[in-house]
Design a protein around this ligand. Sequence first.
Ligand code: ARG
Length: 565
Amino acid sequence: MKLKEEVNKVIASAFDKAGIDTAPIPVTEATKPEFGDYQFNGAMALAKALKQNPRQIAQTIVENLDLNGIITKAEIAGPGFINLWLNDTFIAQKAAEARADERIGVMERERPVKVVVDYSGPNMAKQMHVGHLRSTIIGDTLANLLSFLGDDVIRQNHIGDWGTQFGMLIAYLEEMGEDGSGSLKDLEQFYKDAKARFDADEVFADKAREYVVKIQSGDAHCLNLWKKFIDISLGHCEEVYEKLDVNLSRDDVRAESFYNDTLAKVIEDLDSAGMLKESDGAQCIFLEGEEIPVIVQKKDGGYLYATTDLAALYYRANVLGAKRISYVVDARQGGHFKQVFRVAKEAGFVPEDVRLEHVAFGTMMDKNGKPFKTRDGGTVKLIDLLDEAIVRAKEAITAKDNYSPEELERLAKIVGIGAVKYADLSINRESNYVFDWDKMLSFEGNTSLYMQYAYARIQSIFRKYEGALSGEIEISDTLEHRLAVMLLRFEDILIRAADDAAPNQITTYLYELVTLFMRFYEKNPILKEGVDEKTRTSRLLLADLTARTIKQGLNLLGIQVVERL
Ligand code: ARG
């Protein structure tokens, strides 16, 4: 339920009654319990327009406010804030409705949008590294979230499968023997070996260069080698996806090479739009106010990363028909996307009304504040990182309970992978963040374990409870009131998180929700003797809705819950 909208409607009708004839000003969530549930801070802005003082305006609004429905109390504070409290009966009823709904009250959008989410995008020449981890996790969450809200989401994995390195790699693959899968077990090593060979041996280097030309001109033998190489490399990525539990399949792969045949047309169209300028033999676009031009074709006729992205933008906007295209890519590519988006719009490749966004993220750092690397300075293989997460998760949870080996294995995977994902998603994506095993695998604080533990704890209440779960929610104290309001905010939070492409808004919410629930549960026992039946039922219903909200929230982040922990 869009709770905020309901509150806004009440304010809007007070405006009407008071004869305030301006665009409505929305309320905000109160930041402290003593400020109520929502706050109206618009009186200050209105003061100028109405030439009255803000407290007076606040007074007028309050006098005209309907306090018999959704809102039950309004208090003027400070220079003219209005603190608003919601009615217990109203929220109890809405919470019951949410409980009865399998989507816990989150509606599908009335006007769904077709969205392309471009994420992961590893390069096939190399091992997936931590930068792709962030893109994969954040992108997957955004895609899950938008599709839960009803948007038509198209996931696109723009893998780097084209470029001059592949000449060297396939020449080396050929040398290593037809199958090659053995020597390609370790892609990083394979790349190093191929490069060493390339640097040491002129004949090999010439062959590698010749193979680049041959793949590009469609030579069957070379194309076959290339396909084999990509297939094996993509297989490595899929192992990571599988372990990470992300929703990316081969069908979502639309590689750079997919656009090859359209690149010449991109240049042609840019030329007819009068946007190209030759500089040192290269085809460039000079954008007003930008120092560095966008190079779209090199002197030797070769195309660039930007050219492919322009082709992809055209495809996404016109063939796929996307109205929002989100690129979940490292912040360091900000300049690239800024330019490419501008060119695409100016050249008419993408209609004006299509929203293009770079969902940028910062760098993952180690505890010493340095970019995350292996001890000898190499890139950390993702698969190793994930395996380590599972091992560490085992240690973290065995202290708590005795599990059978199979159960421990299953739990460790869910807990370990969840911890890695949650740690990443819970920070403002644009900041750099410190990768810290101990922090992410803690039962305390804003961690996935804290949420999973709370969930499991609620499930254990239900395992102990013998009766049927029917009856009504009744709000009997402030904590219950706040918990119910928090639960009802879920949809608002999701909508905003989707719009801002900000998964950390969901984690912040979950953290507040669970913290509140823990306090509620401490103070308001559920199964304890002496609690009367009506109260118990009401608390159980709130606990149930809380658990389902935690589960739904975590699932959107690509994290599973467990029944026992
Ligand atoms: N392969 C690129 C990289 O590793 C990421 C691709 C991002 N998507 C895009 N359409 N450019 O940096």
